[in-house]
Design a protein. Structure first.
Length: 222
């Protein structure tokens, strides 16, 4: 049998097969099955990718670990809690409060400063030692010293910036241990208490202020 005869025989068998009643239904069912299988595989892969993306969004730190990023840092660092600018502990005493318009009459009275025959609202707190002795003044928060200067009323003053919004102010100092541009850590000694011209010149103290966006706020040392 030559090549032409073999070709004619194959064509004859194919035509005979296509004449069978079951041929086209079976072909249709097979095609539908293949298409459905392809759709299911595509949907399964798409669903798996979506689930992985959602898990990555919920656990960004896990993704960093999987990528081998051992030096990753938290997106939001823990913010320090403000501490009193002294190491006196129970021996510290607040003698002038921050003036709060919503405070009681008694609290407001204790937040007024009398100077040159006038009363002024205190923008911070005056802190002294119960034994009357000078004491070290510390940084209430970590930050960078932005100003060190002499004020006509407050004596020596230190200002420290802590972020884009917060600043602390330390006045009535007799000594300063830092310079502008110094980085300080919370608890570092930055100066020594002293006096100011509008208060009792025999009482050593620090006048402390906390500012948010440049406005004095109550530091709330309770």
């Amino acid at each position: 049998m030559n090549e032409k005869e073999r070709k004619l025989m194959r064509e004859s068998k194919w035509k005979s097969l296509t004449r069978q009643r079951w041929f086209y239904p079976a072909l249709y069912i097979t095609l539908v099955a293949v298409i459905l299988a392809g759709v299911m595989i595509y949907q399964f892969q798409a669903s798996d990718v979506t689930d992985n993306d959602a898990q990555n969004e919920e656990n960004p730190s896990q993704v960093a670990d999987q990528n081998g990023d051992d030096d990753s840092v938290p997106v939001v660092a823990d913010q320090e809690d403000l501490v009193m600018p002294t190491l006196l502990g129970d021996q510290a005493e607040i003698i002038t409060n921050f003036y709060d318009a919503e405070a009681t009459d008694e609290e407001q009275e204790n937040a007024l400063i009398f100077y040159n025959n006038n009363y002024y609202q205190s923008k911070g707190v005056d802190i002294t030692s119960k034994d009357g002795e000078p004491f070290e003044v510390i940084a209430s928060l970590s930050g960078t010293v932005s100003k060190v200067y002499e004020d006509d009323l407050e004596g020596q003053v230190i200002e420290i910036e802590h972020d884009d919004t917060r600043t602390t102010y330390y006045g009535s100092l007799s000594e300063t241990n830092v310079s502008e541009g110094d980085d300080v850590t919370q608890g570092d000694v930055i100066g020594v208490s002293g006096t100011n011209v509008y208060g009792d010149e025999e009482m050593t103290k620090v006048h402390f202020r906390l500012l948010e966006d440049g406005e004095p706020v109550d530091p709330e040392f309770q």
